[in-house]
Design a protein around this ligand. Structure first.
Ligand code: FUL
Length: 492
């Protein structure tokens, strides 16, 4: 009898242990390396950054100064960096990057290591500091500042003498990163004097110094280490775009790497997402004769940069007065409001569509269900399929009460905090293939080429992935600005 009692006690203990286990949450899946750093994740969420090309070229009407410009010509009669920051905020931008020095060597701050700067200018009798005004204006508006310091200096005679020039460059880097508060991105332009083949930029020393001086900074150069160039200056990323590359096999400044940087590398061991730099005008600097791109052009750039897992670095150059021209500011506002119009409503969420998935990790109570793809967290809540035994991964969206949904844009986002995974995906509308895509990453936007569709069932199928696909957000949207060139629909 005592034995029986003992056995039933054991059974009871075992059962309660199991039920405690059942109540505990299913753990998140393991990440797949490489992963973004905290600063890279924050950077990715910005989506659009503003670039400001400003300097002596603004006054000479040139794109590349030769370094022989007199500092006296720099005289922005009504410079107001507060206006730049206001324009940025109105455009939904949270980081602005200023060209502290372009290839002509003229410094927008009073550097102690040269006289070729605002010190020699007419502006504020040589007592001004544009970098100071810029960082004060961004912080007054609660946004972040970044700086561009051109490695190519066409003015300074030390350029071409390796040690002397690298010392000079590092000295200026220290001035900029020590004296102006927090800097969130530093831009190392890849341009180099084509005749100065022997000039070596000491990138390793520069990058180490940057990380020593600033804790939350992202370093941009052609091949990273934190942010890479996308390989063109038109604002268009490649259709396939990994945030992964192999940095060790790259040599910075080598033109052959352009294609590699364009697509990234699914086997890459380093997380180095791509940035698409483009100017709102034909030139990087302000020219009286030029005007900003149309809204249609800007939206096209947005879909092909942000919508292809990249950041859009949009240049909006201040004019000779020292202000962003009204026409540019208005265009930016229009651009921002168009993006809001398209994406503030997720039809899949707001029209009570039913969303089902091929399987879900931990079953219905696991915490990784389809509802995670419709909430406002686009990083840390996500749909995860079951670990094993499934070869098919899909998400299906059906209209409420078997009705239809009307849209012309599909948005898919991966939970990149656990690595970039999706290699291939397709979208079907009522059983018909309408989109074939490759990578997704932080954000993938597809405009339907056939125009607006009324669909009963939309299926997003993940056909190839590095490990299990993890989707943090999906959206069906209506873009009233999108007029497809094609009317006949998708051709396979
Ligand atoms: C290029 C430069 O030569 C252009 O003037 C501009 O600054 C652009 C962003 O990068 O390499």
């Amino acid at each position: 009898m005592a034995r029986l009692l003992f056995l039933s006690l054991l059974l009871h203990l075992f059962k309660s242990a199991i039920s405690v286990h059942e109540q505990a949450l299913t753990t998140p899946p393991l990440p797949i390396l490489p992963l973004p750093s905290y600063s890279q994740l924050k950077w990715q969420q910005r989506e659009i950054i503003m670039f400001l090309h400003f300097g002596v070229n603004t006054f000479t009407d040139r794109e590349w100064g030769d370094g022989r410009e007199s500092p006296k010509i720099f005289n922005p009669s009504g410079l107001n960096a507060g206006q730049w920051a206001e324009v940025a905020v109105e455009a939904g931008v949270s980081l602005m990057i200023l060209t502290a020095k372009h290839h002509d060597g003229f410094c927008l701050w009073p550097s102690k290591y040269t006289e070729h700067s605002v010190i020699g200018s007419t502006w504020e009798n040589g007592k001004g500091d544009v970098v100071r005004e810029f960082v004060s204006a961004t912080s007054a508006q609660g946004i972040d500042a970044g700086l561009y310091l051109s490695p190519w200096d066409r003015h300074d005679s030390r350029y071409g003498h390796d040690i002397l020039y690298n010392e000079y460059y590092l000295a200026q880097l220290q001035e900029l990163l020590n004296q102006y508060g927090e800097v969130r991105e530093i831009w190392f332009d890849g341009a180099k004097d084509p005749k100065a083949e022997n000039v070596t930029y000491y990138f390793t020393e520069w990058f180490s110094m940057v990380k020593e001086l600033q804790k939350s900074i992202n370093i941009f150069s052609d091949a990273g280490p934190d942010v890479r160039w996308v390989g063109d200056e038109q604002g268009y990323a490649s259709d396939t775009c990994w945030s992964l590359i192999n940095r060790t096999s790259l040599s910075i400044g080598n033109p052959d790497i352009t294609n590699y940087l364009n697509t990234g590398d699914p086997k890459g061991t380093d997380w180095v997402p791509a940035e698409c730099d483009v100017s709102i005008r034909p030139g990087w600097f302000w020219h009286k004769s030029e005007s900003p791109k149309s809204l249609t052009q800007l939206l096209d750039i947005y879909y092909n940069s942000v919508g292809r897992n990249c950041l859009l670095l949009l240049n909006v150059p201040p004019n000779t007065t020292g202000l962003i021209s009204d026409i540019d500011a208005q265009r930016l506002k229009q651009f921002h409001s168009a993006i809001t119009t398209v994406f503030q409503k997720n039809i899949a969420a707001e029209e009570d569509c039913s969303v089902t998935v091929s399987s879900q990790r931990g079953g219905k109570q696991g915490g990784f269900g389809p509802e995670n793809m419709l909430d406002s967290d686009h990083l840390w809540t996500y749909w995860a399929p079951e670990e094993e035994g499934r070869e098919e991964y899909w998400v299906e969206i059906r209209g409420r009460n078997n009705g239809s949904v009307r849209f012309n844009v599909v948005r898919v986002q991966e939970a990149i905090g656990l690595g970039q995974r999706i290699q291939r995906h397709e979208i079907y509308v009522d059983g018909k293939l309408v989109i074939r895509g490759t990578t997704v990453g932080y954000k993938r936007l597809h405009r339907i080429e056939g125009g607006v569709v009324d669909a009963r069932v939309v299926r997003i199928r993940i056909s190839e992935s590095r490990g299990l696909p993890l989707i943090s957000s999906i959206g069906l949207h209506f873009d009233p600005f999108w007029h497809s060139k094609f009317t006949a629909g998708f051709r396979e």
